[in-house]
Ligand binder design. Structure first.
Ligand SMILES: [Ca+2]
Length: 282
């Protein structure tokens, strides 16, 4: 199968920011009456108007799917006429994944295309205890701003199983500026070497990704746990640039498995990330 040309371009990184609200937004779709020209994209089955659950107003866009969890799935909007958003470079939207599993990781990707072949994308880790997430893709450094003709919003999860579920999307708009959620940073934390058993002396790798649009400063604090201790209690993330990741290796000092999930809690400014390290599931 031949891919459209735009899909072959290497996407540029764009930071995703957590926002309180966009200022004077130019609304593309609010999904209060209809779903506009949004369509189901790769690995998704249907898109329809959800009138029960919205971030704002009378409705939202629901995308339903049944596909391998690790594949990106979502919805796309092809604009008939390209938009010049040079003066409103923040693409805002609200997103929610209903019924998330605590032990899994969920990620969103927002991607924009321009007819000139410029593609930009940004990432956002969806917390499993979150409801609606109001985010904005910061396109200030993108070359395609004057001719944006396609938007894609995608999600995926972290298992090899099927994911039979949905994502809700609302309030797609562009704005010149956004009001940030104070102290909240779009930081990604992944644990590598997720093992069936964890013992004293084992090493684990923590991958910290800066998915936001400003450099990270200071440290990520690892919250004290009754069940596991490491040789370090913080990760020196200072200086990690937007779009970059760094791997930290920790050694387990002492571990006593709890009856339910063994989790790690990371804090960066006022962002808190909870990750399940080991699960006692059958
Ligand atoms: Ca709405």
């Amino acid at each position: 199968m031949t891919q459209p040309i735009a899909d072959r371009e290497l996407p540029e990184f764009a930071g995703v920011e957590l926002v309180k609200k966009p200022l004077q937004p130019y609304v593309i779709n609010n999904f209060d009456q209809d779903i506009g020209n949004w369509e189901a994209a790769d690995n998704s089955q249907t898109v329809f108007l959800n009138e029960q659950d919205s971030f704002n107003g009378a409705g939202s866009l629901q995308v339903s799917f049944h596909s391998l969890a690790s594949l990106w799935r979502g919805a796309t909007l092809n604009l008939k006429e390209p938009l010049d958003v040079s003066n409103t470079p923040y693409l805002n939207l609200a997103l929610k994944v209903p019924d998330m599993d605590k032990a899994l990781t969920y990620q969103a990707k927002v991607k924009v295309y321009s007819g000139g072949g410029n593609v930009a994308e940004g990432y956002f880790d969806i917390e499993h205890n979150s409801d609606w997430n109001n985010i904005a893709l910061n396109l200030n450094n993108w070359d395609g701003l004057d001719s944006l003709d396609r938007i894609k919003v995608w999600v995926r999860s972290s298992t090899l199983n099927n994911w039979d579920g949905s994502v809700l999307i609302d309030e797609i708009s562009f704005a010149r500026k956004v009001v940030p959620q104070g102290g909240k940073t779009n930081i990604g934390i992944d644990i590598d070497g997720f093992q069936s058993s964890i013992q004293n002396g084992d090493s684990i790798e923590i991958i910290v990704s800066n998915n936001d649009s400003a450099e990270l400063k200071g440290n990520v604090i690892i919250e004290k746990s009754d069940f596991i201790t490491f040789d370090e209690d913080e990760l020196k993330v200072h200086g990690i640039s937007p779009g970059e990741s760094k791997v930290f290796t920790l050694t387990v000092d002492e571990v006593n498995l709890p009856e339910d999930n063994l989790k790690m809690v990371f804090k960066y400014r006022s962002s808190v990330k909870e990750k399940v390290l080991h699960t006692q599931r059958d």
